[in-house]
Design a protein around this ligand. Structure first.
Ligand SMILES: Cc1cc2nc3c(=O)[nH]c(=O)nc-3n(C[C@H](O)[C@H](O)[C@H](O)COP(=O)(O)OP(=O)(O)OC[C@H]3O[C@@H](n4cnc5c(N)ncnc54)[C@H](O)[C@@H]3O)c2cc1C
Length: 527
């Protein structure tokens, strides 16, 4: 009601200018009371349901972006097909990404707990050994359950599931090349590209996938390597480095930047680095890999630090984890001239339209963080736009998580970025060591940190490093989405004893009002 007949962009502009009106910017308002952007006409619904090869929507790529978009399309009533060249849906995330990595993180954490921490709880667990084959079988079982569940979801939503390589050859026309080489022509009112990403390589390193590997292989080693060098201290390198370090590998991480997980504030990454070092991981920061030589299946990694110091590190495996690159090879015929950005991402407008008429793009292949949940929400928003609804993704409120121990999670602006943007801010921090549940859990590492607007108190961002940070960050995401303030978090009742009380206390610390740390403690800063 509040936004009347305004477009989404107009409504957001109003929200930005009115302090705390975010509480009114609920998803319901967005969905129910805004007209869709005038430039995007709804597609006609199900004009030819009888033909197997005609669809309202064809989705190329069955990862989180593609399958979520397909399900939303089916909910809206669009006759939808989804194509993937993998035998199973789920894309990188379910098959070789988010899910298998978390399965191994959990198993390796339990091993570490049983070997080193259980005795602190008075538990005597002797002779703990690793059955790596069973660990991998469990991981694959988790993947299988989820991917099979997806196939069932497609069926129940009456989405046509096609196996093969899809290529857009003309607006509204897709050629499906099946595994046996036969081809089928499909027609669709709209086509969404969601073809995802693949590991990035370095020009001076040859990845042989045996000794010098990507995350794909590091999720499935058949034995625990003696020595691993990880190139890149981002989420994937740190998570997989943690898995193998916990299982007994000697892990060394080489990072080009001066700090690990550089996306987060330095006070956060310092705690993370210390914790990972305690797990036995060694770091060489400000250091670039210059080459890798091979001898009898073993690698020697050569690197040079910014100081000029040269390094040579022997390794049984080298994990190259320097990021991922968008994958669009063959998805669109060359003569259609699909426009890419400098970084090779597909160029899209605000409505996810590419320069090819009727062809949209979402997920890792377009700008923004390469994260499953970002792709999922784009899938929903893109389909809703196609169907004439007011779909929307709030790119300022996308959480980012590293599932190490402790976990690290953030949303919105970091302190560093807020300062670079010249914002007046107030910071509140609260250490888990002062939280009752954290002590009871024996998980006292880390802290919660709130970045609030110095004048209005509006929440600008939050970072949490600690046990369960991946779950705790959801509160800050919601408050950010609804334009709430630090005070809103501080005045919300949080159950006791929970780790979430640390988030509340960090919000109270913004105004030097935390209850469980002394007034004026260094954690409470004004900038
Ligand atoms: C080790 C690892 C851990 C990760 N952990 C997390 C995490 O914890 N949280 C998180 O948010 N993200 C995580 N990610 C990133 C996440 O996996 C990706 O952001 C996400 O999968 C991207 O989704 P997508 O749908 O855009 O593409 P993808 O998941 O890559 O799916 C694209 C699909 O398109 C198919 N395809 C490509 N071209 C064609 C074609 N022409 N025809 C038919 N099919 C085609 C591919 O086979 C693939 O299945 C992780 C990634 C890795 C590698």
């Amino acid at each position: 009601m509040f936004f009347g007949d305004r477009t989404l962009a107009e409504a957001r502009a109003i929200c930005d200018s009115v302090i705390h009106t975010g509480r009114y910017l609920t998803k319901n308002v967005l969905k129910g009371h805004l007209r869709p952007p005038a430039s995007l006409d709804p597609v006609p619904l199900s004009v030819n349901r009888s033909s197997m090869s005609f669809f309202d929507l064809i989705v190329v790529g069955g990862g989180p972006a593609g399958y979520t978009g397909a399900i939303r399309a089916a909910q809206i009533g669009l006759n939808t097909a989804i194509i993937d060249k993998r035998e199973v849906l789920g894309g990188t995330c379910l098959n070789i990404g988010c899910i298998p990595s978390k399965a191994l993180l959990t198993s390796s954490h339990l091993y570490q707990f049983a070997s080193h921490q259980a005795s602190r709880h008075g538990l005597k667990i002797e002779g703990v050994t690793i059955d790596l084959a069973q660990m991998m079988t469990r991981k694959q079982g988790v993947v299988r359950r989820l991917t099979q569940g997806l196939e069932l979801l497609m069926k129940k939503n009456k989405i046509t599931r096609l196996f093969g390589v899809g290529q857009v050859v003309a607006p509204g026309k897709v050629i499906l090349t099946k595994p046996d080489g036969t081809q089928e022509e499909l027609q669709g009112n709209s086509v969404i590209l969601a073809t995802g990403s693949v590991p990035m390589e370095l020009p001076n390193i040859t990845i042989d996938r045996q000794t010098v590997v990507t995350s794909d292989e590091a999720l499935a080693f058949s034995e625990v390597p003696g020595k691993i060098v990880v190139v890149g201290a981002g989420a994937i390198g740190l998570e997989l480095g943690s898995v193998w370090a916990r299982l007994g590998s000697e892990v060394t991480v080489i990072e080009f930047l001066p700090r690990i997980a550089a996306f987060y504030d330095p006070d956060v990454t310092q705690v993370l680095q210390k914790a990972l070092e305690a797990d036995g991981i060694r770091f060489h920061l400000d250091t670039s890999v210059t080459g890798i030589s091979m001898n009898n299946g073993k690698a020697t990694v050569e690197a040079v630090a910014k100081t000029g110091e040269k390094l040579q590190l022997g390794a049984d495996k080298v994990l190259v984890a320097v990021g991922r690159k968008p994958f669009t090879d063959g998805a669109v015929a060359k003569d259609l001239g699909l426009q890419l950005t400098e970084g090779g991402r597909v160029a899209v407008d605000e409505q996810y339209r590419t320069n090819v008429p009727g062809v949209f793009a979402i997920g890792d292949i377009i700008k923004g963080p390469m994260l499953a949940h970002k792709g999922e929400d784009e899938g929903v928003a893109c389909v809703e736009r196609i169907a004439g609804k007011a779909g929307h993704v709030n790119y300022d409120a996308i959480p980012n998580i590293i599932y190490t121990n402790p976990e690290v999670a953030s949303v919105g602006l970091t302190e560093e970025i807020a300062k670079q943007q010249g914002k007046s801010i107030r910071i509140g921090k609260f250490p888990f060591i002062a939280n009752g549940r954290a002590l009871a859990n024996d998980e006292t590492a880390g802290f919660a940190k709130i970045v609030a607007d110095g004048k209005t108190d509006r929440l600008l961002g939050a970072q949490i490093i600690g046990y369960g940070a991946s779950e705790l960050i959801a509160e800050a995401v919601s408050v950010l989405e609804f334009g709430g303030s630090a005070e809103d978090i501080g005045k919300t009742v949080h159950a006791h004893p929970t780790m979430s009380e640390a988030v509340k206390e960090a919000a109270l610390a913004v105004h030097n009002r935390a209850f469980s740390i002394p007034p004026g403690a260094p954690a409470q800063q004004v900038n």
